[in-house]
Design a protein around this ligand. Sequence first.
Ligand SMILES: Cc1cc2nc3c(=O)[nH]c(=O)nc-3n(C[C@H](O)[C@H](O)[C@H](O)COP(=O)(O)OP(=O)(O)OC[C@H]3O[C@@H](n4cnc5c(N)ncnc54)[C@H](O)[C@@H]3O)c2cc1C
Length: 468
Amino acid sequence: MSAKDGEYRLLGDLNLNTKIIEKVKANLRGEALLPSDSGYDKARTIWNAMINHKPGMIIRCAGVSDVVAAVNFARTHNILISVKGGGHNVSGNAVCEGGLMIDLSPMKSVYVDPATRRARVEGGATWKDYDRETQVFGLASTGGAVSRTGVAGLTLGGGWGWLAGKYGLACDNLVSVDIVTSDGKVVTANANQNSDLFWGLRGGGGNFGIATSFEFAIHPIKEILAGTLFFTLDAAKEVLIFYDKFTRSCPDELASLIVFVNVEGQMLIGVTVCYCGEIKIGEELLLPLKEFGSPVINTLQKTSYVDFQQSVDHVFAEGYQNYWKSSFMKGLDIPEIDMILEFVSKIPTPESVVLIEQVGNGVRRVEVNEMAFNHRDARYSLLICGMSPNQGDKNEISAWTKTFWSSMEPFTTDAVYMNYLGEFGDEGEDRVISSYGVNKFEKLVTLKNKYDSSNMFRLNQNIRPTNS
Ligand SMILES: Cc1cc2nc3c(=O)[nH]c(=O)nc-3n(C[C@H](O)[C@H](O)[C@H](O)COP(=O)(O)OP(=O)(O)OC[C@H]3O[C@@H](n4cnc5c(N)ncnc54)[C@H](O)[C@@H]3O)c2cc1C
């Protein structure tokens, strides 16, 4: 979408004069940054270095009143906006070109009530912030596997993590959300208030407003049994056959994934597991895995949940070029294993990674129509991550990812996890519809008509209102 649509304006179109800028600034507790301000470049830089958008202004919100002020300013002048939580989405939708970027990342507070087992977290916090505070009380809820990922974007899109087998997705643990809607109102959505919106917010992404805080149910989690057993690639086929059988009989407490990753110069296949139940039972359960084949590295150990949550951050380092594609898989049989191994053998850079994530029992337990998130019956999600620290590798990593993904089409379903979708232009509206299924998508359009009929919140995996 572009400004030519005539549906919104860029800040450059406004002839922003000093008076307007001073008025915006005076109305904030946080700051408004223009391209000439120090701090502007830092604020517009997000995790995926492939994205180099330059907003006309960045409002770094200090609280709900700043979010309201930013939304009102944008609505009054019909300005294109983008919303940043953790800034980790691969599509780069958090940063707009020429419009107003509403940056929630200064809003990171986390309040934990151990008595009611509830945590309230602001819309700009990362999972690192959240885990750190909740673990003070030995409590946790499902969050992303890379600690710098934002609570907001991940939860609004679903949110798979190491506790998903037992406690479901991040959105399954959501009790209540406060959002600022396109008319600048602060609305609470939960099971009793605005329950239609609450349905849509659990999977529907940033389409309905700006979430300023989330309330989660939290659970006792302390020491876990977790780590990766790495094998050489010549054993990969056997590892995958073993893994598929092993995960079929897993209890809720076990979450797992397969990773193809370069470790110290060698491409390896890893089986990463996290057991969040009683350690002794976990040790017995994981014995067949420990005794399987000849792992070249074994990091499986008792560890703290917080430490494990940060253990793969280095693999997904900031500032890399990233081109990702994903789909849910039909199964993990020999033909698809062979195809995966063929493309792993052609991996374009040492930083690129391929993941096969086990969706987990807890995800399937939630009734599928309870919220917008769909495809709970999938067993595995395939995520192909073309990555490189060098800008010059951009075309090569994109080409490998696209060819790999399309070659996997016979073995994947139409469905995709919305949070893994890349740039809208590359994926298209059909992929967004596929991520919800047609029936849920229609319900989401109805909700969009009700809460954001002007499509103010359009820079996301967009659910367009009927009239746009
Ligand atoms: C390295 C890496 C690891 C990941 N690991 C996991 C994982 O383990 N599990 C998983 O499920 N997903 C994972 N993801 C995907 C992740 O869930 C999405 O990228 C998610 O959108 C990131 O959220 P964010 O707040 O950091 O993103 P941002 O880029 O800040 O935002 C993404 C979009 O979310 C919306 N949004 C953000 N904040 C708000 C808000 N406060 N209110 C309303 N809308 C908002 C906006 O539409 C925005 O465009 C991972 C992604 C990366 C890059």
